[in-house]
Design a binder for this molecule. Structure first.
Ligand SMILES: *Cc1c(COP(=O)(O)O)cnc(C)c1O
Length: 357
């Protein structure tokens, strides 16, 4: 098989070790003689995996007392309305940094008033709005920390006068996070902590139970807290891969080390984008994401786009086509993307420059 470098935006590259151990478990889970896809989620071996997975989350992110960690189905998109159903009484504030943020706000409007406190839609979400005011009379303030499509990121944990809610689908576990600054953190696992099919929710328990409306059983976070994410059948296989992915992350040295490596990867690629006259980055420099790196052909070289795409494919690059709303290229360099893949992409860009002369 030819060497490939996987830059898919999600689902995306996973640690090799996680894939290998999952294949083994698919055949024979926990020495039961039964495969992972065939076990009952009520077996003791599975309960241990659930506990250990939660343990990895608590340890890696240093999650304080009073917070619960849930593993649910439905994707981040389901959380768009679950968050609002559980937390929105009258009004919520949203920072509109991309279409995911816009979709989250749209779902919140089913439950109450939504104030968009800032938006970067005017320049196709190429920057993070600044200088906005968080309304103190809102029930919560919702942010999207990493904007997967546009390659912008809120890289620090902000202070908010009201409950801070964050969609961290595409940068969770890429850096240490000060969890106590947030009331709720959620995301789909398929960008940085596992495959599609499982959604994580980290919630400070005391913010729940304050809305006046009646909640459907499955929508109410308290249902899942009471049953340790096993009120209904959990996405067993997806959670297992997440378990193996987090085990890898812990063995690698945890989030400080991961953050160092992620910064190094991002820097390598941004340096080349800034140096190479054929390419230009699309995100505002100070807001550049370390997870999704977006770039296009520079002025005067636009016609080379298809040629570079073809050459990159020849070099083994997979998934570098930019999202249709941005165009050009996007390299998603999530945790499991090896630094060797980034170096190979840089070398490919340099060779393309030489051949273009
Ligand atoms: C991918 C993504 C989503 C959507 O996640 P699903 O699990 O597919 O619903 C939401 N927010 C962000 C930031 C994403 O990157």
């Amino acid at each position: 098989m030819k060497t490939t470098h996987n830059f898919n935006a999600g689902p995306c590259v996973l640690p090799k070790q996680a894939i290998e151990s999952t294949i083994d478990a698919m055949r024979n889970f926990d020495n039961t003689g039964v495969g992972l896809l065939e076990i009952s989620h009520r077996t003791p071996g599975w309960e241990r995996i659930m506990k250990e997975t939660e343990g990895f989350w608590r340890e890696l992110l240093d999650i304080p007392e009073g917070y619960k960690v849930l593993f649910l189905g439905g994707g981040a998109s389901t959380q768009f309305f679950c968050v609002a159903a559980n937390l929105l009484n009258k009004k919520a504030a949203y920072l509109q940094t991309g279409v995911w943020a816009k979709k989250a706000a749209k779902e919140a409007r089913y439950y109450g008033e939504v104030e968009i406190v800032g938006s970067s839609e005017d320049r196709n979400y190429s920057y993070i709005p600044k200088g906005y005011t968080i309304p103190k009379d809102a029930d919560y303030f919702h942010i999207t920390t990493n904007n997967t499509i546009y390659g912008t990121e809120i890289k620090t944990d902000m202070d908010s006068p009201i409950t801070l809610v964050a969609d961290m689908s595409s940068d969770i576990m890429s850096r240490p996070v000060d969890v106590k600054k947030y009331g709720l953190i959620y995301g789909g696992a398929q960008k940085n902590v596992g495959p599609a099919g499982v959604t994580f929710v980290i919630v400070r328990e005391d913010i729940l139970g304050k809305v006046e409306r009646k909640l459907q059983t499955m929508v109410d976070y308290r249902t899942h807290i009471a049953e340790s994410s096993m009120f209904n059948t959990p996405p067993v296989a997806s959670i297992f891969v997440m378990h193996e992915t987090l085990k890898w992350l812990k063995e690698l040295g945890g989030l400080k080390e991961m953050h160092r490596i992620n910064n190094e990867k991002a820097q390598l690629l941004y340096n080349e984008i800034d140096r190479n006259p054929l390419f230009v980055g699309t995100a505002e420099k100070e807001d550049r994401s370390i997870m999704n790196i977006c770039f296009v052909m520079s002025e005067g070289h636009k016609e080379k786009e298809a040629d570079f795409m073809a050459y990159a494919k020849e070099c083994g690059m997979v998934g570098i086509k930019g999202h249709r709303s941005v165009g050009g290229f996007r390299a998603s360099v999530y945790n499991a993307c090896p630094v060797e893949s980034v170096k190979a992409l840089v070398a490919c860009m340099q060779e393309f420059e030489r051949r273009s002369k």
